[in-house]
Design a protein around this ligand. Structure first.
Ligand code: GLY
Ligand code: MN
Ligand code: MN
Length: 439
């Protein structure tokens, strides 16, 4: 589909989000830039990915764009973007240009990005507050501070500069934490594409294949179905590699008798899916692998059952931990009682990460985990991952457990009555996995 056809379907949700932010800000002006393009080597760039905050407020996909939002009800939104440029469009493709960007994305005004440095000081003049995000891009920080100083320089003409600077992310993080219907529709589709990619990948697993061949199956399904990219570098980790939490080399050969851990999800229209499954390379779990797998699966089941409105953010982690601690004791890998193993942190040798994170536009999504010093309560509309694991490495463990790395990860929406597992279609019972691999 050409971008010109997409334009007519741009939903009003972006304008509604801007209106909500303009109200929440109460006063002043917000300035939110999109991400810069990044060079990969000499003349080549990384595939472009917009800034998540900017995209959340605009739906505008082009680089070199800045949103300025004036507080109020309904507030005023101004887009700075690239001009139409017939010559550049021959080389790089379609650009909206000022007029189409303004009308199709429902902005009140649009200006050329080349005018940002002259127009921004005017927009900041006589405003009491500036809402921006400083500290993530030095060049952008410098540009904002320069605009601010340009306003301050006019003090003797009676123009006042913003006296307060707020981090606009504080308001936006809270908005982004609660997914609206538009976001959930995209996330359900991202989950569906990603679960199908895992189904495709599992059918390609066998001894002698390389990890990257399995990765290729995932990428094939992501792109074939219209997802723009993987949401993060896929982890395809066989044998001992599965015990390396952020393994991304994906270049080893799969050995009979080993496990294969696959952590992969697509990004669709900005939104991430994040799924991990663990498969036996030969198609059948060994008895020891099966025992550890069933423990992690039980831990995940307990954690998912703990996802409901009113539960603390930590409830899924705590539920998973009790099951894992008991399992580690049963396997002789930890000693003492469940409470002792948890309090002393003995389990951390085998389970060293938390059980999940918020999920959305960013795979580790925006949103506080604590408020006023307390772990926050789960509420409908939040989406989190539930991903317990167990990683047994070292020469001092019983040989049947050595190099056993298992993680099982699903994406879970908190609903009014409990939860919905968005990624339920990715097989995870021992029976389903072994049956699929036999097929
Ligand atoms: N795939 C990244 C994570 O699970 O957090
Ligand atoms: Mn995750
Ligand atoms: Mn993951």
């Amino acid at each position: 589909m050409m971008q010109t056809e997409i334009a007519s379907t741009i939903p009003a949700v972006y304008a509604e989000r801007r209106a909500r932010l303009a109200q929440l800000m109460q006063r002043g002006v917000a300035v939110v830039p999109t991400a810069p393009e990044q060079a990969r080597s000499r003349d080549s760039h990384y595939p472009y990915r917009y800034d998540s905050y900017f995209y959340y407020l605009t739906g505008f996909p082009e680089p070199e764009a800045v949103l300025v939002l004036v507080a109020g009800d309904p507030g005023r939104s101004i887009l700075f973007c690239r001009d139409k440029d017939a010559e550049r469009e021959i080389w790089d493709g379609f650009r909206y240009g000022l007029e189409r960007a303004r009308t199709e994305f429902h902005f009140d005004e649009s200006h050329s990005i080349s005018e940002l440095d002259t127009v921004l000081p005017k927009l900041l003049g006589d405003q009491s507050a500036l809402h921006c995000h400083l500290g993530s891009d030095g060049r952008w920080d410098e540009r904002v501070l320069k605009a601010l100083n340009a306003v301050r320089a006019q003090a003797r003409t009676g123009v006042t500069a913003p006296a307060a600077i707020y981090d606009v992310r504080a308001l936006l993080d809270e908005m982004r934490l609660f997914k609206d219907a538009h976001e959930l529709a995209i996330m359900r589709r991202a989950a569906q594409i990603s679960t199908d990619a895992h189904r495709r990948a599992i059918c390609a697993v066998k001894p002698g294949r390389a990890e990257y061949e399995i990765e290729a199956e995932l990428l094939h399904e992501f792109r074939r179905r219209g997802a723009q990219a993987p949401a993060y570098t896929s982890i395809v980790a066989g044998g001992a590699n599965a015990c390396v939490l952020h393994y991304v080399s994906n270049d080893a050969v799969l050995n009979a008798g080993d496990l294969l851990l696959v952590d992969a999800g697509c990004e669709l229209d900005g939104y991430a899916a994040d799924i991990t499954r663990t498969y036996p390379v030969s198609g059948r779990f060994t008895p020891a692998q099966r025992d550890v797998y069933q423990m992690v699966l039980a831990a995940q089941g307990a954690a998912i059952a703990a996802v409901r409105p009113g539960a603390a953010w930590t409830a899924p982690h705590d539920a998973a931990l009790r099951v894992l601690a008991q399992g580690l004791i049963d396997f002789g890998l930890c000693q003492g009682s469940v409470d002792k193993v948890i309090e002393a942190g003995d389990y951390k040798r085998f389970y060293m990460h938390r059980t999940g994170h918020w999920l959305g536009l960013d795979v580790h999504d925006a949103g506080d985990y604590k408020r006023d010093g307390q772990w926050r309560e789960l509420k409908p509309g939040m989406v989190l991952t539930v991903e317990p694991g167990c990683y047994i490495r070292g020469d001092d463990v019983p040989p049947q457990f050595a190099n056993t790395g298992i993680r099982i990860e699903d994406d879970v929406l908190v609903t009014a009555s409990g939860n919905e597992v968005l990624t339920h279609a990715a097989p995870k019972s021992v029976q389903d996995i072994e049956a699929l691999m036999r097929g």
